[in-house]
Design a protein around this ligand. Structure first.
Ligand code: C5P
Length: 219
């Protein structure tokens, strides 16, 4: 008998894209499928954690045995996260949060006869950075999808956002795909994992996370 590696832990995750409305029918989103975040949520559940998954719009069914909260925009995602984070000891930000939202969104549908659609963008909150900076911050895990110079950019992101663990992957091979190849970056260095299905990647991330949590000094 092996005790479950996240037994007694409460894990909060974000997954999927966000959707930033332009008008009631149009919006800005991205190609995130949610597969990696959902795989990680299931792996945390299977490792014995109590899991809350805050999900942007995806086509994926809600996994059994965990709580899913559905959101659309980054702002809604941030509010949901801040509402839950106080009761969690680990936060894993997998969502591909839109960096910008529409400043001049309209209540009614833009009609073509009204002329060109002028979309003004303003920056969204960085949810992970906000959570990692909380006085009672949980153990924070970030993801970095880069299109080049993966390790350099990812390690800079990890330090900048003050994360004990960051999962780095290439946009070209990760987003939307069923397999993923990642590198785990922590205070001890870089740990490369082989390419494998996202569920196996998720299980490997959970093993690594559980070891880091077990070795952490109580704060
Ligand atoms: O800076 P970048 O967007 O590349 O950082 C990616 C990491 O930060 C991911 O873990 C992502 O979920 C999180 N993030 C966030 N809120 C944002 C942007 C990114 O939580 N507005």
């Amino acid at each position: 008998f092996r005790p479950k590696s996240l037994a007694g832990r409460r894990v909060l995750l974000t997954a999927g894209p966000t959707f930033e409305a332009i008008d009631p029918v149009r919006g800005i989103t991205n190609i995130s499928s949610g597969k990696m975040g959902y795989a990680l949520a299931r792996a945390c559940r299977d490792a014995g954690a109590e899991v809350t998954l805050i999900s942007g719009p995806t086509a994926l069914p809600a996994p059994v045995g965990l709580t899913r909260i559905d959101v659309q925009s980054a702002d809604e995602m941030q509010q949901a996260v801040l509402g839950q984070v106080g009761t969690c000891d680990t936060f894993i930000a997998v969502a591909a949060v839109a960096d910008y939202r529409v400043k001049n969104r309209t209540e009614h549908k833009h009609k073509k006869h009204e002329g060109p659609l002028d979309i003004q963008l303003e920056e969204n909150p960085d949810i992970l950075r906000t959570v990692a900076a909380l006085p009672a911050a949980p153990f924070c895990v970030g993801f970095a999808a880069e299109s080049r110079d993966l390790l350099e950019h990812a390690e800079r992101k990890r330090r900048d956002k003050k994360l004990p663990l960051l999962v780095a992957n290439l946009v070209q091979t990760a987003m939307g795909a069923d397999d993923n190849q990642v590198v785990l970056l922590d205070d001890h260095g870089a740990h490369a994992l082989p390419a494998m299905p996202k569920q196996a990647v998720a299980e490997a991330i959970v093993d690594h996370l559980a070891a880091l949590l077990a070795n952490r000094l109580p704060n």
